[in-house]
Design a binder for this molecule. Structure first.
Ligand SMILES: [Zn+2]
Length: 267
């Protein structure tokens, strides 16, 4: 059987599991290309629950709570292409360099992940090959296509953060996260602060680095794209009403920034 040829066999996902990559509004005309590394919290049937109870699998350690509902609406309202990864970051974190210790966390915040202890090299490779690679290859291919077509492309990586981490409360409603891009993050910060009712984090609660991040350094910086990450606090987008409000706000903010970038001939 062709599917049993060594190297081509799916060892992780079986035919009942959905593919990791999902896309929305692929024909969108917006210059903004949206990604969502921590969109979903699915686990392959073959791996069960990684030894965790359900209450852990719905927490922020498994995914970015609320961001899926924001990202999908934002893609629609901005007419932007959105590429997401549907499996839990406990399986493999799609925003970590694959060699990083935290790529397949054995401990997340204070939770030991039983199914991630003492993994063989093959088991680690399998997660990379079946989850991480398809997602990042797809983003790469879409960026190639857009650049070949000379379409303006601004990368925005969407995330959400837990309001309390390791016992410490976080005051920000929203934050930009970036490293080398000096175009989009200041525009985002200015526009978000001008909203008047937001506590805006400048590289808070996280900053991007080559050692701890993947999407921004690899698809944004290395490709020469204007880029930024956006982090929204999870309690603000826990329900559909919050997701709608934040998507509406971000659609308005990004639309203004898009006009500015065009007027300045930056895209
Ligand atoms: Zn995230």
């Amino acid at each position: 059987m062709a599917s049993d040829i060594a190297g081509e066999t799916s060892l992780l996902l079986d035919r009942e599991d959905v593919p990791p990559v999902h896309e929305f509004n692929a024909a969108g005309a917006s210059p903004f290309l949206l990604t969502c590394d921590h969109y979903g919290r699915l686990l392959p049937k073959r791996l069960g629950a990684l030894g965790l109870p359900e209450r852990e699998l719905v927490r922020h350690i498994a995914w970015d709570i609320g961001i899926a509902g924001v990202a999908e609406r934002l893609a629609t309202w901005c007419d932007a292409h959105l590429i997401v990864q549907r499996y839990s970051r406990l399986l493999i974190d799609c925003n970590r360099p694959p060699g990083a210790v935290s790529a397949i966390p054995r401990l997340s915040e204070a939770t030991v992940i039983p199914g991630n202890q003492r993994l063989s090299r093959e088991a680690v490779e399998m997660r990379r090959r079946e989850i991480f690679d398809p997602y990042h290859h797809r983003i790469d291919a879409i960026i190639d296509q857009r650049l070949n077509e000379r379409r303006p492309t601004v990368l925005v990586a969407l995330h959400s953060f837990t309001p309390v981490y390791a016992g410490v409360s976080r005051p920000w409603h929203i934050g930009t996260l970036y490293h080398r891009d000096s175009t989009l993050p200041p525009l985002l910060l200015k526009a978000l602060r001008a909203e008047g009712d937001l506590v805006v984090g400048d590289n808070e609660p996280y900053a991007v680095s080559d050692l701890t991040d993947y999407t921004i350094p690899v698809h944004g910086e290395a490709r020469g794209l204007i880029n930024s990450g956006i982090e929204i606090r999870q309690d603000l987008i826990a329900d559909q009403s919050g997701q709608r409000q934040w998507a509406e706000r971000l659609a308005r903010v990004l639309s203004g920034i898009g006009s500015h970038l065009r007027a300045q001939r930056l895209i």
